[in-house]
Design a binder for this molecule. Structure first.
Ligand code: NAP
Length: 285
């Protein structure tokens, strides 16, 4: 194996520790920190994610509130619940677990969250602040990736960063973060209509794969020494795999995130960090 392993597991442990200290500091001043999730229906993958968020919140010393609505809940019912959490002084961070069952509008439900309690950093107001290079509650997955790169001292300035994927959850905010002043990567964003993707992959110094297709990118396509960030989480017969074929990529890349143990664990740590930030700001008035 030649590439350096970028261990999200290791960085997430540091972030969780920082969060726990910040939660304890608020507790010393009589202020609790609370995270609430809203889950609609019974998607098994979402249930696993929600459980892991509550476990992590409780380990960090936070209160956690698990709200489940039936699969046939209406849009209004979901939004009323979110609005009641907006008003709840014990709740500092709110997550609407996506995707919602068909017929419900996840974007509209997220837009009902008070932007000051937006644990996932996906509210349109916070995404707008991100575009303005301001704000403090950032999309959890991309900000987790930035923290991994910071931890391992990955150089970004002037380097060509190719982001494959343009979702609001990952690809778009990732492009904003990598292209921001002070980070200064030269960002190219690819998607399903991109032509000559192979040429772009071969040139990328930093490759972020957020596609949702198991082992879509092979090591033979990657530039020698590139930094490879694999966001993909794909369930296959052989278990969880990323969007990058790890075994071949690890021989070519300079550094790479594994799946599991890479980006995924950082997402939960980042949303806890957003929640304690929200609590600190609310406490400071
Ligand atoms: P998504 O909304 O489905 O977006 C996928 C993106 O990939 C789209 O922009 C799509 O292009 C692009 N794409 C699809 N096929 C392509 C192709 N052949 N060539 C180039 N681009 C292509 O998915 P997402 O929510 O961003 O998630 C992506 C992956 O990351 C999934 O595996 C997901 O499970 C994982 N994920 C992981 C975490 C984590 O915590 N690690 C968090 C979120 C998501 P179009 O826009 O043209 O359709």
């Amino acid at each position: 194996m030649s590439a350096q392993l970028l261990s999200g597991k290791e960085v997430a442990a540091i972030v969780r520790d920082e969060v726990a200290h910040r939660v304890a500091a608020l507790a010393d001043r009589g202020r609790s920190v609370g995270l609430a999730t809203v889950m609609v229906g019974e998607d098994p993958a979402s249930e696993i994610y929600v459980r892991s968020k509550h476990r992590a919140a409780e380990r960090a010393g936070m209160l956690s509130f698990d709200h489940q609505l039936p699969a046939d809940a209406g849009q209004e019912q979901v939004e009323r619940l979110v609005e009641s959490l907006n008003r709840d002084p014990q709740v500092d961070g709110i997550i609407v677990q996506l995707p919602l069952p068909s017929g419900l509008d996840g974007n509209r439900a997220v837009a009902c969250i008070d932007p000051a309690k937006d644990a996932d950093g996906l509210h349109p107001y916070n995404l707008g602040l991100l575009a303005l290079e301001r704000g403090y509650l950032r999309p959890a997955t991309p900000s987790g990736i930035m923290r991994i790169m910071q931890h391992y001292g990955i150089e970004t300035a002037g380097r060509l960063a190719l982001i494959i994927g343009r979702s609001l959850l990952v690809g778009k905010p990732m492009a904003l973060l990598l292209g921001a002043k002070g980070v200064d990567a030269t960002v190219v964003q690819a998607h399903s209509r991109t032509q000559q993707l192979d040429d772009l992959i071969a040139k990328a110094d930093i490759l972020v794969a957020a596609i949702g297709k198991p082992r879509f990118i092979h090591g033979s396509q990657i530039k020698r020494g590139a930094v490879v960030i694999d966001v993909g989480i794909n369930r296959t017969k052989e278990g969880l795999v990323g969007d990058v074929d790890f075994d071949s990529a690890v021989e070519v890349a300079g550094a790479i995130t594994p799946v599991p143990g890479g980006v995924g664990v950082m997402t939960v740590a980042s949303l806890l960090a957003n929640t304690v930030t929200a609590a600190e700001l609310a406490f400071a008035g």
